[in-house]
Design a protein. Sequence first.
Length: 322
Amino acid sequence: MRKKIRDTNIKIEYSFVKVLTGSDLSSRRLPIMSVKSINSGPTIWLTAGVHGEEVGGMVVIQEIFKKLKNNLLRGEVYALPLADPIGFETSSRVIVQSEEDLNRSFPGDKDGSLAERMADRIFTTITKTNPDLVLDLHNDWRKSIPYVVLDNVGQSKEIYNKNNFFAHKTGFPVILDTDDVEKTLTESLVKHNIPAFVMELGESFVVNEKNVGYGVNAIWNVLSYLGMVNPVECLSGYNLNESVKGKILKYSSNPVSHSSGVIRFLVKPGDIIEKGTPVAKVYNAFGKLLEVLRVQEKAIVLGYSDYSVAFPGAHVVSFGVI
C-alpha cells in the first residue's frame, strides 16, 4: 500500500517494506514515511523502535512529520518509526522468535538469521538514499534524562566531527560510548561513511510526553540548522547545565553494586555531582547498611536502574563523566 499527500511544495508518502511472511501466511512489513520538498537539500533519516519496548521514538517521529507537512523548506526526511514490529507487539528488546537483538545484527544478511534479514532490509533501504545524517531514536531507563550517544569505533575523523557537531545541535548532553559495541545500526552506518548517532529519550515501555517534546525540539533544532525548516525562537528544549555544554562526556556505569539488597538512590538524573559524592546506598532485608556507592569522577547523572534491586555486579547509576 502506498499513500501520497501532495501540495504545491511538499510531498508526503507512506509505504511499507516487506520483511517476512509469517507461518499463517501473513505479511510482516515495516512502515516507511517520507516528506520531500520541491527544493533540493539534505537527506535525513529518523529511525525508532529498533528495540520493541522503546516506544517513545515512534511518537517523536509522528509529531515531527505533523510539523513537516507544512514547514519543510528544502530537502527530504525519511523515517522508519517502527523498525521491530515483532518486538513492539511483545514489549521485548529482542525478536522473540529467535531471541536476537536487532540492534546487534547490522548491517545484516539477506540470507542470514531472522534479525539479520530484517537488519539487511532496514540498512539497504536507508543507505540507497545516500543520507546526510541518520538519527536513531532510543529510550533508556525509566529514570533518565535525554542524551546523545556517539559511537566509539568504526568511523573516520570526518564522520566523527560531523556527528559531534550535529549532536551538540540537539541541546542534549553528548556522551561518547566507552564500550566497543558492534553491529548496531549507527556503528554500521558510520563504517559506511554516513553520519549517524543515537538519541536516548528517557524511559522505555510507555510514552512520556515530556520526553517526546524534548525529542521533537532537538530534531527540529538540527533540521533548522540545516536550513530545512525555519528555526523557532521560543522553542522549549532541555535545560542543559552550563558545565556540560559543548563538551563530549564519557559514559560510565561505575561503581557497580558488590552486595545484594535494596537500593536507595541519593541523587537525581540531571544532577551535576563531584568525585566521591554518594549516589546510592544498599541495605539488606533487615535494614542493615551494606555499602555506599560513590561516583568516581565529576559527572552528570544520566539515570538510574528501573528497579531498586541490588546484586553483585549490578549497574545502579549511569553517568556522563565530565
